[in-house]
Structure formats: C-alpha cells, structure tokens
Design a protein around this ligand. Structure first.
Ligand SMILES: [Zn+2]
Length: 247
C-alpha cells in the first residue's frame, strides 16, 4: 500500500495575492475572520485560499491523508484542510501555509483540538521543529519513518515510534485498522467482528486475547474467507509474541 509523502509547505499562493494573504493573516490575528466566514467581503478570499491549499496538499501528499495515509477522493467535500495547530486555539496561524495539510474526515474529527505539543505546554510560536510536536507532522516528518502497513493491512508504528503511537491515539487510527480487518469477514458479522477485534486490541491479558481470537476464528471458518483466515493466522502469531505492558 502506498503512503503519503512528506509535503513541503506550499511556497507561494497563485490565486491569492500577497496583499490579500497578509490581509487574511492580520484578520486572523485580530480574530475578525473565521475559516467558514460568512462575511461578504472575506468569503470569496477565504474560499479561494482554502481551495488552493487543499488542492496543493492533496497532490503533494500523493492524494493521501496527512495522518493515516488513507487515499483521498478528488471531490473537495470529501476531505478537509487540516490546521496542525488547531485553528480555534491558535487562530493567528489559520492562514500560515506551513500549518495546513489535507486530511481525511476521520482523522480531522478525531484529532479535533487535542494537544499536540511534545512538552504539553502551549506553543509560543508556529514551530518548524519536528521535535516540538508529539505527533507525526505532515511537513516535518516522513510518514514511513514512523508508520508502516503490516501484513494484514493495519497501520502500525515503526519500532514503537513515540510519534507514531501518539498519532495513532490522537487520530484514533485503531478504528481505521479494525474497519479494514473486518472488511475481510462476512457483512452479516461485521458488528460482532468489529467489537471483538476492538476488545482484542484493547485487552492486555493473553488469556483474554486467546478467547477473543477464538470467536474471530470461528467467524472466519464459517464462511471460508481466505482474507479472514489470514488475519486469524497473523493475530495468533502476534499473541505468541505479545508482551503485556504491565508485567
Ligand atoms: Zn486520516
């Protein structure tokens, strides 16, 4: 599966003049503009800015979500402009080109306004230092340095990467992983498969994991789904290598 590229920040806008960009920046600093402004004068300008940055990062990220690498669709309504430092908490960076990326709806909604400062302290400026961010930064970090797709299609942190783990948690990437795995099972069992897989990933006791895997295994065998059986085989191996966190 292909992953997103680290996208250099858009160097210069084409459809918004430097003066207008500066106007937007100032309005953001003064809290007189919002991302979804209805202000007659600013509406077209914000829309033009938003369309251009979404287009640019959509291509620069190889049409992938900046956090989960999910393939984005061309229609702009199906993905969002991500403000890496949240636009409600840091409105002054709303129009800074290196604070924006293209993101899938799931990651955008999951991340919301959660703290992404490595020090847990409020950012005093728009940092360009990767180490100051707890998550995999769309512009300063290479996705594949922190994540990989495993044999059964899950997104997993590389070498237990702290940034990878933090991004998984903040963007709820486990939800995407579980949905991908459950695709391989019968539609009629989807709910029970998702619930059981979620519990499997959450519990920390090997005995409980084995019990849950038995449920999943039975569902895989019932329909002779090859993909589902591969998942069971992989998870069985994973239990064998599992080291509980609390021992
Ligand atoms: Zn995503």
């Amino acid at each position: 599966m292909r992953a997103r590229h680290r996208a250099d920040p858009l160097p210069k806008l084409k459809n918004v003049s430097e003066d207008d960009h500066e106007r937007l920046r100032q309005a953001a600093k003064n809290r007189t503009v919002t991302w979804g402004t209805k202000d007659e004068e600013l509406f077209k300008l914000v829309a033009s800015f938003r369309n251009e940055v979404k287009d640019y990062y959509f291509s620069a990220q190889r049409r992938r979500c900046c956090y989960c690498s999910f393939e984005l669709q061309h229609h702009k309504l199906t993905y969002d402009a991500e403000h890496i430092l949240d636009k409600d908490e840091y409105p002054e960076y709303m129009f800074e080109l290196n604070n924006i990326a293209s993101v899938c709806k799931h990651c955008n909604i999951s991340k919301s306004n959660q703290c992404i400062s490595a020090s847990k302290q409020r950012f005093q400026e728009l940092s360009v230092n990767s180490n100051e961010y707890s998550i995999v930064h769309p512009h300063f970090d290479e996705w594949e340095d922190h994540f990989q797709f495993d044999e059964i299609g899950r997104i997993v942190p590389v070498d237990n990467s702290p940034k990878g783990r933090a991004t998984m948690k903040i963007c709820k990437i486990d939800v995407i992983n579980i949905a991908r795995l459950s695709d391989e099972f019968s539609f009629h069992d989807k709910d029970v498969v998702e619930q059981t897989l979620r519990a499997f990933h959450e519990v920390d006791e090997v005995i409980r994991k084995r019990e849950l895997l038995e449920v999943i295994s039975e569902l895989a065998n019932r329909y002779h789904h090859f993909g589902a059986k591969s998942i069971v085989a992989h998870l069985t191996k994973e239990i064998g290598e599992f080291v509980p966190l609390h021992t």
